[in-house]
Each structure stands twice: as structure tokens, then as C-alpha cells.
Design a protein around this ligand. Structure first.
Ligand SMILES: [Fe+2]
Length: 203
């Protein structure tokens, strides 16, 4: 009797393992079928566009938090202005994807996820006011530099694929990213880094 019960338990555990394994295998197969393999530069271009689309979406959620935390009024305004620009940039990618006949969704930009997590971790450190403003600029510039790199690559691909109209749209976004970066640079160099230095001297 004891042996029989033991065997039943063993069989139950064994079959649930088998079921779990099969479930995982089926899921993986379905994922492979659904995700189209990239074969050409156009596929890569579309992949990059989706990545940028997701990155802009993540930034739209993060910028209001950064604006709320900034205690310098000009920095707060820079974040708020860039939020509006970012919404337009996201729409621009939607228009481009529409022209290409593809959906802009479907990718998660892990790099932007990481950059935003880092910015959040910095805020959670609860630094002194002036250090917080200087640090928020640093975090935002990392994000801008990432976007500048992403759009630069996308523009090059669009040009190489003969999509000049699309390249032009992307150049507009790239110019906005450069402008946002320069603005942050100016604020850091001319005022906010110095304020953080004087906080150090006050101690
Ligand atoms: Fe952007």
C-alpha cells in the first residue's frame, strides 16, 4: 500500500514536470514563429524604429517625474518642454511606421529602461538640492546621447534605403535631441554645476 501511494506521488510529480517542459517548449516555438527573422537592412531599420518608439514612450512617462523633482525653474521648464517634443517625436515614428505599413509597437528598449532606472535610483539617493539638479542634468544627457546615437543610425539606414522623406522626418527629431542636449549642457556649465560646487564649500 505504502509503495503504491509513493508510486502515485512520483507519477504525479513526474507528469507535472513533463507538462511544464512541454508548455515552455510550445511557448518558445510560438514566439519564434511570431517574431520575424531580420534578413535585410530594411528589417533592421524597422527594428530600430520600433526600439526608438518604445524608448520615446518610456521617456514620456519618466520626464514628468524628472520635471517634478527638479528644483531649478529653468531646468524644470526644459524637462517640460522636452516632454512635449518627445510626444511629437513618438507621433513622428507612428507616421513613419504608417508609411512603411508596419506597427510601431512590439519592441522593448532595454537600454532606455536601464537609463531611466538609473535616473530613478539617483533620485532615490535623495541628494542635496543643487546636487540633485546637476545630477538630473547628467541623467537626462545620458538619455539624450543615447537617443542621438539611435536617431543617427536610423537616419543613415533610411538614406541608404533611399527613404529620403523618412530620413528628413528623423533629422527633425535628431535636431531636437541635439538642441535639448545643448540646453542642458549650457545650464550645467553656466549655473547648476557651480551651484553644486558652492554647496560643497559651504560645509
Ligand atoms: Fe526623443
Amino acid at each position: 500500500m505504502f509503495f503504491w501511494v509513493n508510486q502515485l506521488i512520483f507519477e504525479a510529480i513526474f507528469s507535472s514536470y513533463i507538462l511544464l517542459y512541454l508548455e515552455k517548449k510550445i511557448c518558445r516555438t510560438l514566439l519564434t514563429i511570431n517574431s520575424k527573422k531580420m534578413k535585410t537592412l530594411k528589417d533592421l531599420f524597422e527594428h530600430q524604429l520600433k526600439d526608438l518608439y518604445n524608448a520615446e514612450g518610456q521617456l514620456i512617462k519618466a520626464l514628468p517625474k524628472m520635471a517634478k523633482k527638479a528644483t531649478d525653474s529653468k531646468l524644470k521648464k526644459a524637462f517640460e518642454d522636452h516632454l512635449e517634443e518627445t510626444k511629437e517625436q513618438k507621433k513622428r515614428i507612428e507616421e513613419i511606421c504608417d508609411e512603411l505599413g508596419i506597427k510601431p509597437s512590439g519592441e522593448t528598449c532595454k537600454a532606455m529602461e536601464g537609463l531611466i532606472k538609473e535616473a530613478e535610483a539617483f533620485i532615490e539617493e535623495n541628494p542635496d538640492e543643487d546636487v540633485l539638479n546637476a545630477g538630473l542634468i547628467a541623467e537626462a544627457q545620458r538619455i539624450e546621447h543615447y537617443e542621438i546615437s539611435g536617431y543617427g543610425t536610423a537616419i543613415r539606414y533610411a538614406k541608404e534605403l533611399g527613404m529620403d522623406k523618412i530620413a528628413k522626418k528623423l533629422v527633425k527629431t535628431l535636431d531636437e535631441e541635439y538642441h535639448a542636449d545643448e540646453l542642458l549642457n549650457d545650464m550645467a556649465e553656466k549655473r547648476l554645476n557651480k551651484k553644486a560646487i558652492s554647496q560643497e564649500q559651504d560645509k
